[in-house]
Design a protein around this ligand. Structure first.
Ligand code: SF4
Length: 311
């Protein structure tokens, strides 16, 4: 990915759920209504619920059109990135215009906080897949795990999700990220289960802290614990733990720039880079070493794995 040519795009990155996902980032780093303890982008300096346009819609659409012309494999065009994408008020128009431009499916990863607003529900209704998060079913757990903007309430977010389900014809894959000792108690899981029953998602994706979190105290659940919780949520639930390896068809020409483009968005391990760029570790290692020496990236150890982050 050429960052100068495509400043609002990243990847295609291997997504656990969306195959080769071309990311569209509609936000300045890091713009979010939450400051989750597990966030891989670090703490949110100041949470916000104010929707703005931020960037030119025309430019974003031109970038997508030009990128698709390169013939790189893209399974999904996904709104995600440096915070909460629904904080960009262009999102509805952009989804509709992309749908006119290409047959590739459009997905939105959202923290669900703005789904209590009718206009946001209407805007997201044009997508094919919405992956909303819901980690908390009580105000106490919500404050602890998601550290929200003061105006937000878990109860209203759940109501927003219930209303969105009634309006939206596409797929809803509800993601629940579980943090040890914060939202995994049987009593809280029961409340989450009640909320899920009302929301009626098509799938329930169970996740845990697999990348370096904003707070060191955010610890993951073990695979055994996650599988036990999966049983509790029933047949729609699955543990989204590791990416299924797929072949990338087009290798990038400028490897260092491609690595930087991915690392800038999220911490990645060597295996992620191999999958994402369709290169072997031998092909990557020289550029990684150079970027480390130039202090453009740094290495962070988390759960016995090395991740690369911006330095
Ligand atoms: S994990 Fe998502 S919702 Fe939570 S703070 Fe980070 S960007 Fe915002």
């Amino acid at each position: 990915m050429n960052e100068k040519k495509f400043p609002h795009l990243y990847g295609p990155v291997p997504s656990r759920r969306l195959g080769y996902s071309l990311g569209v980032d509609l936000l300045p780093f890091k713009t979010c209504s939450l400051s989750c303890v597990y966030c891989q982008l670090g703490r949110t300096k100041k949470t916000t619920i104010r929707r703005r346009q931020f960037f030119s819609e025309k430019q974003i659409l031109e970038e997508i059109r030009d990128f698709l012309k390169t013939g790189t494999r893209v399974d999904f065009i996904t709104f995600s990135g440096s915070g909460e994408p629904t904080l960009n008020k262009s999102i509805g128009r952009l989804i509709r215009k992309i749908k006119k431009m290409t047959g590739i499916q459009v997905a939105v990863l959202t923290n669900s906080t703005l789904l209590s607003r009718p206009e946001v529900r209407k805007e997201l209704a044009a997508a094919d897949v919405v992956v909303p998060s819901l980690d908390a079913a009580t105000e106490k757990v919500f404050k602890k795990i998601n550290r929200p903007h003061p105006s937000l309430q878990a109860r209203k977010i759940i109501e927003g999700l219930v209303k969105f389900r009634r309006q939206f014809r596409g797929q809803i894959w509800l993601e629940i990220l579980l943090v040890k000792g914060i939202n995994d108690s049987p009593a809280h899981l029961k409340k989450l289960g009640d909320a899920v029953e009302r929301i009626k998602p098509d799938k329930i994706h169970l996740n845990t802290v697999v990348r370096p979190p904003a707070e060191k105290m955010a610890k993951p659940l073990s695979p055994v614990e996650l599988n036990r919780i999966k049983e509790f949520f029933g047949e729609k639930a699955e543990v989204v733990a590791s990416f299924r390896k797929k072949e990338q068809e087009t290798a990038p020409k400028n490897i260092s720039q491609a690595i930087l483009s991915i690392v800038r968005r999220r911490p990645v391990c060597l295996e992620d880079l191999e999958h994402s760029l369709g290169l072997t570790r031998e092909e990557l290692i020289l550029d990684i070493q150079r970027l480390l020496e130039q202090k453009k990236i740094k290495m962070v150890r988390h759960l016995e794995r090395d991740y690369f982050e911006p330095a």
